[in-house]
Design a protein around this ligand. Structure first.
Ligand code: DX5
Ligand code: ZN
Length: 228
């Protein structure tokens, strides 16, 4: 059965989760990197999937996702930065991802995709590029388990947080509160120990980080600060 993502008392309180984006991991030692993330207290492993079309980068696909799912007991989130995401939902479900997140900009049929994800008993997520307003997904917010706000130029690690995304977090958290919904809010890109707590205060439950986690001198301490 799908994992219950959020159990807030008041619809606002953050769950203080941290996701490790393996885009910045040492891929030659991926097993060790996953263990390091687990031991450091990360809650989820975040797999950035790109196709060289929806975004210009080429990263990971379903085979790596499958290997990651086998190697970790943490929740595995597949962030699909690909065109025609519907074509690949069965493959990522079969690979063992716990959640599948497609980009709102990549489909005209979000209701259908959400149904396909849920049919496979996976958590359904939608991601938004920095320039896409949260209002674009208001008509299917109630169907979602998670919303991922990308806060950098999509597809690449190590960039600076785009400040305009703060207002999107605020608006999304308000929509959740006003409609008494329970989806998880994730923010992805440019998160670090300096800005993490401010994003939590705006309403983020799950901070996704690549470089800040895998390139940290002390991963455990970094995760501790991000969860504080
Ligand atoms: C960006 C990716 C992120 C990326 C974030 O489009 O979706 O998951 O790994 O990397 P950092 O934390 O380095 O900005
Ligand atoms: Zn991502």
């Amino acid at each position: 059965m799908p994992i219950l993502i959020t159990e807030r008392n008041d619809g606002v309180t953050s769950m203080n989760k941290v996701s490790a984006s393996i885009l910045s991991a040492n891929w030659l030692r991926l097993g060790e990197e996953l263990r390091r993330a687990e031991e450091a207290g990360c809650d989820c492993i975040h797999v950035d999937v790109t196709d060289g079309h929806f975004v210009s980068n080429l990263t990971m696909g379903m085979d790596i996702t499958r290997a990651v799912c086998k190697a970790t007991s943490l929740r595995v989130d597949a962030h699909l930065m690909i065109s025609e995401p519907g074509r690949f939902i069965p493959a990522f479900a079969d690979a063992g991802a716990d959640s599948i997140t497609f980009h709102a900009e990549a489909t005209a049929h979000p209701f259908e995709l959400i149904k396909e994800i849920k049919k496979r008993e996976k958590l359904a997520g939608v991601a938004l590029d920095p320039a896409t307003p949260v209002e674009a997904i208001e008509h299917y917010l109630d169907q979602l388990d998670l919303v991922l706000l990308v806060s950098v130029c999509v597809g690449f690690g190590g960039q600076k947080f785009i400040g305009a995304v703060d207002e999107k977090i605020r608006r999304l958290a308000k929509m959740r509160r006003d409609r008494n919904l329970n989806f998880e809010i994730q923010v992805d890109g440019g998160i670090n120990t300096e800005n993490g707590s401010q994003k939590r205060a705006l309403g983020v439950d799950n901070l996704v980080g690549g470089s800040m986690i895998f390139l940290a001198e002390d991963m455990k301490e970094t995760v501790r600060k991000l969860k504080a």
